[in-house]
Design a protein around this ligand. Structure first.
Ligand SMILES: Cc1ncc(COP(=O)(O)O)c(C=O)c1O
Length: 457
C-alpha cells in the first residue's frame, strides 16, 4: 500500500452491513441530538470497484480524476492510493491534492485558461503538465512557467453546432498556428487533449475524436514537438441506465487507439473520468426543516381525485447552493427515498423540495406521502458535483459531512490488486464479488421521476 489511505480514514464494515444500516445508525445519533444537518455516506468500496472496472475496460488508459467533480478527502486519498492521477482546475485543487501527499507528476493542471498567479504556483510546486487552447495562454505560460509540458486542447465535438458555447478546445484550423507559436516561444507541447462533454455520447464519438487527435499529433511532430501524450477527457457513464455502458464505449475507444495510436507507438493515454467514479458511491440524507401547504385551486386536478386538495413545499436542510449544486451542472435530480415507510392509508400529495432560503426548487412535480418536520429523505447517486466550491458555500449551505465506509472485502481486494487491473480469470471472478454495501433495489420507494426546473439546468 502507498500510505495515502489507512483504516483510520474510514469505517470498516463487515459483510452483511449495508449503507442503509450505517445511515440508520447515524440518523439515530442525530435524532437524539435533535440535529437536522444533511450528511453523506460514502461507500469507498464502490469506487474501488469502478476503478478496477475502468482499468479492465481500458487497459491502456490511466485515469486522472477531475477534483472539481468531488474534492472530498476520502475520495482523493482512495484514488491516490489506487494510483490514479488528478486533473486540477486551479491552485486550490492543486493545493488540496498536494496536501494529501500526491506528487506533482501525478497532477494535470487541466484548465486551458489559468490565472498567472496560479501558473506561478504550479511552477513553484513542480506541476508541469497543463492544457492550453489559445494564444494568450501560450504567452502567459512562456512568461510564468516556461518548463511546462503542454497539451493542446482540441474541439472534437461530433455535433459542435448543437452546443457551440459548450465546446472545448481550439478548432482543427487553428491548431497549426498554435503549435507554431508554441515552438516560437520555446514551449514544449507533448500531446493533445479533448473532452467531449458529459451528455451521454454515442461510443463512436470517442473514436472520431481519437482520429482527429492523430491528425494534430502529426502536425505537432512535423513542427518538431515531441508528441507522446493523449488525453481523451471525461464523460464516461455514471450509472447503468445511460445510453451506452462503459464496456461498449471502451470497445470503441480501444479499437480507435489500436488503429491511430497502436501499442509500441510510444504514446501514453490518459482520461479524466469524474462522475463515472463517484456518482453511485455517495448517498445523501437530508431532513425536512419546514413545510408549507399551498391549496390547489384548479378543479379536476389529480389532488381532487385523490381527495387531498393541497400541494406541499418541503424545506430541506440542504439545497441547490449546497449538496444539490449538481443540478447546476447537467445532472438530473435523483429520486428521493423515504427514510421511514409511510402508512399505506396516507394520501399522496403533489410537492416540491426547496433548500434553505432558496428560491429555485431542488425538484418540482413530485408525489410523496405527507411528511413531517424532522423526517429524512435519502438521495442515492449523489457523489458527482455535489461538494460545492467555497464560492457557492458563501451563499448559505454548510458543507454536508461525509462518513466514509468500506467493506472488509473491498479493502482486501484493494490490497490484492494494488490499483492494477485483474489479469487472470480467477482475479476477475473475485472482482465480481459485490464490494459495495449499497441499498437494495427493493428498498427503493416507487416515486415518479423528479424534474428539476428548466431555469437551473
Ligand atoms: C474539461 C472537463 N474535463 C473532464 C470533466 C469530467 O467530466 P465527467 O464528470 O462527465 O467525467 C469535465 C466535467 O465537467 C470537464 O469540464
Amino acid at each position: 500500500m502507498n500510505g495515502f489511505l489507512n483504516e483510520s480514514n474510514f469505517l470498516m464494515v463487515e459483510e452483511g452491513f449495508t449503507t442503509r444500516d450505517l445511515l440508520e445508525n447515524l440518523l439515530g445519533e442525530l435524532c437524539q441530538e435533535s440535529q437536522q444537518q444533511a450528511f453523506f455516506v460514502a461507500d469507498l468500496g464502490d469506487i474501488v470497484k469502478k476503478h478496477l472496472c475502468f482499468l479492465k475496460a481500458l487497459p491502456r488508459v490511466k485515469p486522472y480524476f477531475p477534483v472539481k467533480c468531488n474534492g472530498s478527502e476520502g475520495v482523493i486519498r482512495l484514488l491516490a492510493e489506487l494510483g490514479a492521477g488528478f486533473a486540477c482546475a486551479n491552485k486550490a485543487e492543486i493545493t488540496r491534492v498536494q496536501g494529501i501527499g500526491v506528487p506533482p507528476d501525478r497532477i494535470f493542471y487541466s484548465s486551458p485558461c489559468k490565472q498567472v498567479a496560479h501558473l506561478r504556483y504550479a511552477a513553484s510546486h513542480g506541476v508541469r503538465l497543463m492544457a492550453f487552447d489559445n494564444e494568450v495562454e501560450l504567452s502567459k505560460v512562456a512568461r510564468s512557467h516556461p518548463r511546462a509540458r503542454m497539451l493542446l486542447g482540441i474541439t472534437a465535438d461530433p455535433i459542435p453546432a448543437a452546443h457551440p458555447s459548450l465546446s472545448f478546445g481550439s478548432t482543427l484550423e487553428s491548431c497549426g498556428h498554435l503549435l507554431h507559436t508554441a515552438k516560437d516561444q520555446a514551449l514544449e507541447v507533448v500531446g493533445i487533449s479533448f473532452h467531449l462533454g458529459s451528455r451521454g455520447l454515442e461510443p463512436q464519438a470517442w473514436a472520431q475524436a481519437v482520429a482527429t487527435a492523430q491528425l494534430v499529433f502529426d502536425m505537432g511532430t512535423e513542427l518538431g514537438h515531441h508528441m507522446h501524450l493523449l488525453d481523451i477527457g471525461g464523460g464516461f457513464p455514471a450509472t447503468e441506465d445511460t445510453r451506452a455502458p462503459l464496456e461498449e464505449i471502451a470497445a470503441g475507444i480501444n479499437s480507435a487507439l489500436d488503429l491511430y495510436f497502436p501499442e509500441g507507438s510510444g504514446v501514453e493515454i490518459i482520461a479524466r473520468p469524474g462522475r463515472y467514479y463517484v456518482t453511485s458511491a455517495f448517498t445523501l440524507a437530508v431532513s425536512i426543516t419546514a413545510l408549507e401547504e399551498i391549496p390547489v385551486e384548479q378543479p379536476g386536478s389529480d389532488e381532487e381525485e385523490c381527495g387531498s386538495k393541497k400541494s406541499l413545499v418541503y424545506h430541506l436542510s440542504d439545497g441547490i447552493y449546497g449538496a444539490f449544486s449538481c443540478l447546476l451542472f447537467d445532472s438530473p435530480c435523483p429520486r428521493p427515498r423515504l427514510h421511514k415507510r409511510p402508512c399505506p392509508e396516507q394520501p399522496w400529495h403533489s410537492c416540491s423540495l426547496r433548500g434553505p432560503g432558496e428560491d429555485p426548487s431542488i425538484a418540482e412535480g413530485l408525489r410523496l406521502p405527507q411528511l413531517h418536520v424532522g423526517d429524512w429523505l435519502i438521495f442515492g447517486d449523489m457523489g458527482a458535483y455535489s461538494m460545492p466550491t467555497s464560492a457557492l458555500l458563501t451563499a448559505g449551505c454548510a458543507q454536508a459531512r461525509v462518513t466514509y465506509a468500506m467493506s472488509r472485502v473491498a479493502w482486501k481486494t484493494m490490497q490484492l490488486f494494488q490499483g492494477k487491473a485483474p489479469q487472470t480469470e480467477d482475479e476477475r471472478e473475485s472482482l465480481c464479488t459485490p464490494l459495495s454495501c449499497g441499498w437494495e433495489m427493493a428498498e427503493t420507494l416507487c416515486v415518479p421521476p423528479v424534474f428539476a426546473p428548466a431555469g437551473i439546468i
